[in-house]
Write a protein that binds this ligand. Structure first.
Ligand code: SF4
Length: 284
């Protein structure tokens, strides 16, 4: 089922996700787990100066996001998506203070928290689950691939086994799980990508977000691309891989996203990555 259909059915209204940057960091960048971050991660997003200049308060971000979605999409209800960086990477008191922002907006019906598989524990999951009586509650784990060789190459700083542990832990709570995956990672064959889909089906994951690997300016991946060591997927190849991938998923998995968005000024390649309409219409 499409995620949009699920939301419509569940809330009987047009629901839109409002993304926020709550000012968290990432342990794969600050030295706690690793340094340099994932090879495709945009360094400028972590620039302190950049953040200070552009960052609105959390409340302003929610307010403006809701207003924009009402105007642009005629949305009636909202899910607040803690998107930027690792949104469970802080003391639990700080997490609660930030997540509680959802209580200040009457039309907010859900919360979705993006994080890494190695950044949750029982205390954090208990906090997240505490919203489940009143809200649709999701956690979004960045995984990208089940293959440890690939995770090592892209410098994720965690193994597939960490993801399996986080799934086991999360399933003790009333929290739905969405997994982020990338097609076209360096050195991955079609068979490897399809193995990732089969694993997601075996685990009966609630939701999936998929996108093609794309090269962002200023990243380690850009260096590899410029040296000819990484070749992005062609659009047709991506669509073919994506169709095969989706066909292997558990039928009840909600597909939340089929591509990515990257601002033109930051995108190096492939140029088609933000053409979500073309991709979506080729799949459905
Ligand atoms: S885990 Fe996420 S935020 Fe951290 S380096 Fe990787 S992509 Fe960037």
């Amino acid at each position: 089922m499409k995620y949009s259909d699920y939301l419509k059915k569940r809330f009987n209204a047009k629901v839109h996700k409002v993304s926020v940057d709550a000012g968290f960091s990432c342990p794969n960048r600050d030295g706690k787990i690793g340094e340099g971050g994932c090879i495709y991660c945009d360094n400028r997003a972590f620039s302190f100066q950049n953040r200070n200049q552009t960052q609105l308060s959390l409340e302003q971000q929610v307010e403006e996001g809701i207003e924009a979605a009402q105007k642009r999409f005629k949305a009636e209800k909202f899910i607040i998506y803690f998107q930027a960086h690792t949104n469970t990477y802080a003391p639990v008191e700080e997490l609660k203070e930030k997540y509680d922002i959802i209580k200040r907006f009457k039309d907010v019906v859900g919360i979705s928290i993006g994080t890494r598989p190695d950044c949750v524990d029982n205390e954090i999951l208990e906090l997240i689950a505490s919203y489940a009586d009143d809200y649709d509650v999701w956690i979004e784990y960045g995984l990208q691939s089940i293959h440890n060789k690939t995770l090592g190459f892209i410098n994720r700083g965690h193994a597939y086994e960490d993801f399996l542990k986080s799934i086991e832990l999360t399933r003790k709570y009333p929290i739905k799980i969405c997994v982020h995956l990338i097609l076209g990672l360096p050195n991955e064959t079609k068979e490897m990508m399809l193995e990732t889909a089969k694993e997601m089906a075996r685990l009966r994951i609630d939701g999936i977000k998929i996108h093609p690997l794309h090269v962002v300016k200023g990243t380690k991946l850009e260096e590899l691309y410029l040296q000819g060591k990484y070749l992005p997927l062609e659009l047709n190849t991506y669509i073919e891989l994506l169709s095969g991938f989706i066909s292997l998923l558990w039928p009840d998995t909600l597909i939340q996203r089929l591509s990515a968005y990257c601002p033109k000024e930051l995108l190096v390649a492939p140029e088609w990555v933000s053409k979500r309409n073309i991709i979506e219409s080729s799949i459905s």
